[in-house]
Design a protein around this ligand. Sequence first.
Ligand code: CMC
Length: 436
Amino acid sequence: MKLADNKATMSFSNGSASVDLPVYSGSIGPDVIDIRKLYAQTGMFTYDPGFLSTAACQSAITYIDGDKGELLYRGYPIEQLATNCDFMETCHLLLYGNLPDAAGKAAFTKNVTQHTMVNEQMQFFLRGFRRDAHPMAIMTGLVGALSAFYHDSTDINNAEHREIAAIRLIAKMPTLVAMAYKYSIGQPFMYPKNELSYAGNFLHMMFATPCEPYVVNPVIERALDRIFVLHADHEQNASTSTVRLCGSSGTNPFAAIAAGVACLWGPAHGGANEACLTMLEEIQAMGGVSKVGEFMNQVKDKNSGVKLMGFGHRVYKNYDPRAKLMQETCNEVLEALGLENDPLFKLAKALEKIALEDDYFVSRKLYPNVDFYSGIVQRAIGIPVKLFTGIFALARTVGWIAQLNEMIGDPEYKIGRPRQLFTGAERRNVVEIGKR
Ligand code: CMC
């Protein structure tokens, strides 16, 4: 970051001396006012719940222009990456800052595939869960448990440890998600097959059984790979900020990523894809497209507590570029599987059409986000609804790691420690229990 030409001056109506604050510019996007010395200079904190106007770090990984609906990974538009690159190239880009050449890609892919197995003991840990446990509960546990299995990569301050932890996490997430699924349906775990692509291997671990050969459908493989690319990183969202905050204490990378998994689970974040499909299924059960108007009235009624899941975004005030690409993939997959008349897809399109024309959504700049169509694609592929957020976690892992590593390498990095505006009781004395 570089010092901008102008500076900010903060003045106070009570006559306190005004303070000058430096302003910094990044390469693109809004400038930031540096308030780090504000408390020392004024005795005051800033107040910004939900981080609506606060940049918590500098980052060179992902850039979003919410008004334009633009998403760049290391400068490359998501549309170009989704069309020309696969997930392994995207991982390399996010982790190391450049797209690999053919030899670099082959070496990186080989490195990842050599780490796809998990310690055999992990399955006994997994077996401690109830069979009907939510996959995200299992994933939070399993990812955290990796720190108990891979002791040689837990020192976050050691660059070699961070590198090997990064590769292990990217390689093992598909294995863990597939194991969580197989466990829930009582089928044997399938070991990874390293001759397959990253997405192809995941499909194999999910849907193959030891009884029959399993052939990966290339359309589904490509669709899944695109889902991974579209979810790989998204700037300082809630789970990424969680990973950074958690890692800022110096905890090990597996523990920090487990914190990200836990945060992602929420319906306002990664859990939205599951919530979106559940919503579509509920409207379908009520009568489908004919009930869209009634449902929309509930969404617009502030007292109903009903939201149109898969719509709206803190940063995008335009069409989420990932949603457009996901809609394309949705068309491709449904056509390849002969599901063009899928009622939930028709319902989603009807909801989208109404929402894009309705003043409630237009005036609030609410557009479909990536989760609006990703659930339909995943359902068509055969992934159970409860596993959707697990797939998101699998794909986002590379982004979390890239952001964590960037933070550790930043000379300005400090343990994260937000301040507060205290509104509770002032100092008071404890009264003996009999006299309260
Ligand atoms: N349905 C109905 N109204 C909405 C919706 C929605 N999906 N999203 C926002 N609004 C309204 C909200 O009630 C508020 O109205 P008003 O100004 O009258 O009070 C206005 O739009 C602004 O919304 P906000 O809640 O202040 O915006 P936010 O930035 O705090 O929340 C959000 C962003 C994503 C949490 C929210 O839009 C939402 O809950 N969407 C549904 C869940 C969802 O799809 N999440 C996935 C996000 S993309 C994947 C990811 O990155 O995790």
